[in-house]
Write a protein that binds this ligand. Structure first.
Ligand SMILES: O=C(O)CCC(=O)C(=O)O
Ligand SMILES: [Fe+2]
Length: 324
């Protein structure tokens, strides 16, 4: 944000006022309108780089992946908006978990007495200190799963470590059902740093097909619906047994499209939950952060010798051959 010009800041704050969440999480102009406006804006803004990246996705994905180094070709696919891989053999996963252990040591030292239900350390600040964060998040094996689901060459937008502590207040914020405003499709990869059981308040979601039904019933995204949905509202329309609780072990990976699957998490935990969330979406997201430059957080970590794929993952508007 600091690097934006005055005009960019003005437009950014002006538009974010328009699409700003009200106190209860609703949007002044409705969630669906926010999504369409931002998508169109970003499409126009990134038109030429988007075209170049789509050409690569459609015609040269395999060679882009090979060029970035690939040993195994994962067959795993997100189906109905999600995928759970048990005991993954993705490159740098083990090293990523060890980095997670170190990062959580820092979160545990935080001595605030009033615990929030969820607390975050932004892993992007540690990219230079811990190279395995990016080694894991940009491996061809992982990106092949992500790109095949998103149907484009994705961007990496977030590596966040979260600790969720037991609390004694009613469910609020992301502890209630909602859909994230990120893009038409997103991949949120959940990397448990320690085992997550029902006692840890697991990430819980409804698969895409069930979510689609719920959206219609709840008029979700229109001015008639609300952004956060209580269990009572949801289970009027959807059978409770459709909920999937992502309980998982260290070594597993859970992928979920949080833009297409109703979800909540960090609710009812009696033990602290420790996980990392790694996010990917297209280069034309439904999110104003990117439109006005505030989303380009990773660009500065690009090195001249990085593969073309890595450069595209770290920079929304990069494509091979681009003059920089
Ligand atoms: O705590 C969780 O598992 C869910 C968090 C979430 O939905 C969000 O950050 O948008
Ligand atoms: Fe969410």
């Amino acid at each position: 944000m600091e690097n934006l010009t005055f005009i960019q800041k003005l437009v950014h704050y002006g538009t974010s006022f328009l699409v700003r969440e009200r106190l209860n999480g609703d949007y002044y102009i409705g969630y669906n309108n926010v999504r369409s406006i931002t998508k169109t804006f970003n499409y126009l803004k990134n038109f030429s780089s988007h075209r170049a990246r789509m050409y690569l996705y459609k015609n040269k994905l395999q060679s882009v992946l090979i060029d970035n180094g690939i040993k195994l070709e994962p067959e795993d696919k997100l189906i109905d908006g999600w995928l759970h891989i048990k005991n993954s053999n993705f490159p740098f996963h083990k090293e990523f978990l060890e980095t997670g252990d170190e990062i959580f040591k820092r979160l545990e030292k935080n001595e605030s007495t009033q615990k929030a239900y969820i607390e975050m350390i932004n892993g992007l600040d540690d990219i230079e200190k811990y190279p395995n964060l990016l080694n894991f998040a940009t491996s061809s094996e992982l990106i092949s799963v992500v790109a095949n689901y998103l149907k484009c060459i994705p961007v990496l937008t977030e590596i966040s470590f979260y600790i969720s502590e037991p609390v004694n207040f009613d469910a609020t914020g992301s502890q209630l059902f909602h859909i994230d405003i990120e893009d038409t499709r997103v991949v949120r990869l959940i990397v448990p740093i320690e085992e997550i059981t029902e006692e840890h308040g697991p990430f819980s979601f409804l698969p895409e097909s069930i979510t689609t039904k719920a959206i219609k019933k709840l008029k979700y995204g229109t001015l008639k619906g609300t952004y956060r949905i209580t269990d009572e509202q949801m289970y009027k329309h959807i059978a409770k047994d459709k909920l999937i609780k992502a309980t998982c072990k260290r070594g597993d990976l859970v992928f979920a499209d949080t833009s297409r699957c109703f979800h909540y998490g960090s609710r009812g935990q009696t033990k602290p939950r420790k996980l990392c969330m790694v996010n990917f979406h297209s280069d034309i997201p439904e999110n104003f952060k990117q439109t006005f430059g505030a989303g380009d957080l990773l660009k500065k970590y690009i090195k001249p010798n990085d593969s073309e794929l890595r450069k595209m993952l770290l920079d929304y508007s990069y494509y091979p051959g681009k003059k920089i």
